[in-house]
Structures are given as structure tokens and as C-alpha cells.
Design a protein. Sequence first.
Length: 309
Amino acid sequence: MDFQQILPWIVFLFSTGMVWALFGLFSSKESRAQQRLEELREPGARNSDRSGDRKGMSVLEKAAPTLSKALEPKTDLEKNNLRVRLANAGINAPNAPQMYLAAKAGLGLFFVIIGGAYGYIRYGMNMQCVMALTIIGSIGFYGPEIWLWMVRRSRMERIFLSLPDVLDLLVVCVEAGLGLDAGMRRVCDELADTAPDVCFEFGLCNMQLQMGRQRKEVLHDLGIRSGVDDMKSLSAILIQTDKFGSSVAQALRVQSDTMRVKRKQLAEERAQQTSVKMIFPLVLFIFPGVFVVLVGPAAIMMINNLLTD
């Protein structure tokens, strides 16, 4: 085995050692004073086991500021947009933007190393190696963006489809004599399994109201956090009813009927699109088989007749 065959393994082991040393640097044991400060900030973790997953999370939390520093948004508008996108996906942790940017940077760096090692072993030091490094590194860097888009879109669709049923139960609760806060708590208890995303948002609103935030701010954040236009309309209606003292039950009933009609129209639209979407699988997969079954025997007979003549 010559030196050229050993060199890729040396590069791989050296890169792995550098990454391991980097994580080891950030995972150094924290002082007792820092532990006490963490316990005072999070009383629920005072008696919990700090081993296992907690140590893994501490490594990521310590490495996150350094990894995400290069990708941090420069303006407040960009920071707010990132936080809103994460909230639309159901990620509301205070350090969620920093952890998300750290994941992008870490995966991008890791995939760049993998792409460079693969390109060097496969092609050597040439432009093909650079292309492999760029493509694989881009996959690692933009992978979290694709994942966030998919999770955000799926959650918004679930909220849109389950919101009319939630509003129907909320109307029943309000008309039965419960207040809006009590009705939302009742909805969370009854529909926690069928509409978990909406119940999570309502539960978060109740918690914020109990902490003393103004109802207007809580309802406004509810619409922004969900990302669904119908939820934003519902928040605006509830803010107006609270401001002018109008009937909450009537406003909820009108909004529920409107959303149910919109959901029905969406189902009809998708049903009408089915015939158009079926053209491509029919042409590509079904028609060739039918053509072979119908025309194949006749073609074989014609070929045999031509050969005999």
C-alpha cells in the first residue's frame, strides 16, 4: 500500500479528530457556581438527573453560540422572521433560532468534510472534487431549511383542517355559559388527541393570560404564531369582540361557518384536480401496458406473416 492510498485515510482521521476536539472543548465541565445559577433559573431541573440527554443538550447549547455566530441575522426584522417561521413549525423555545442556525452551520461543516473526503478519494484533487464538496456541503447546509419548510407547512395545514371543529366545540362551551378562557381550556381537554396543534396554541394562550399578559397581545401572538390566515382572522375577531363588548358566541359561529365553507371548497378543488393529475401516471405507466396487451398479438401475427411471405 503506497502513500497515495494511505493519504485519504490520514485526512479523514485528522478531520474526525479536529471535530471531536472541537466538541470536547465546548463540553468541558461547568463550575458549581454555574450549575447553581442554572438550577435557580430552571427550578424543575434541580432534582433531575443531569446525565445522559442533559449532557448532550449542554454540549449543543455551549457549541450553539459559536456555530451560529456567522449565520445570525443582522437586523431585527430578519430575527423576527426567523422566530416566526420556527413558531409556525411549533418550535417556541427561547433559544430555538440559535440552535437552528447552529444546526445549519454544524451540518454544513460536517457535510463539507464528508464531501471533500469523498471527492478526494473518488476523483483526486481536481474540479470534480470541488463539485462534490460543494454539492454535498449544500445538502447539509440547506437540509434544515427543507425540514423546517416541510414541518411548518404540515402543521399549518393541520391547524387549518381542524380549526372549524375546534370552533364548533368552543361555540358550544361559550353558549353553555363558560367564558372564553374556560371554553378554551375545555376544548384543550376534549380535543387534545384529535387537534393537538390547535389545543397547544390555546393552552399556551391560557398560560400567558394567567401570567398577566393583556388579552389583546395574547390573541395577536396566537395569530402570528400559528401562521394560518384563518387563525389570524379569528384572533382579530376576538380582539374586536373584547374591545367593543359584542357577543363572542355569535362571532365564533360566523367564523366557524366561514371556515367550514372554505374547507369544503378546498376539498372540491382538490377533487377537481384529480382528473388532471391522473393524466401523467396513465400516460407513463398504464397506457404502455394496455398498448402492448392490445397491439402486441396483432404485431406478432403481422411479423410472422411477413416472414413467411
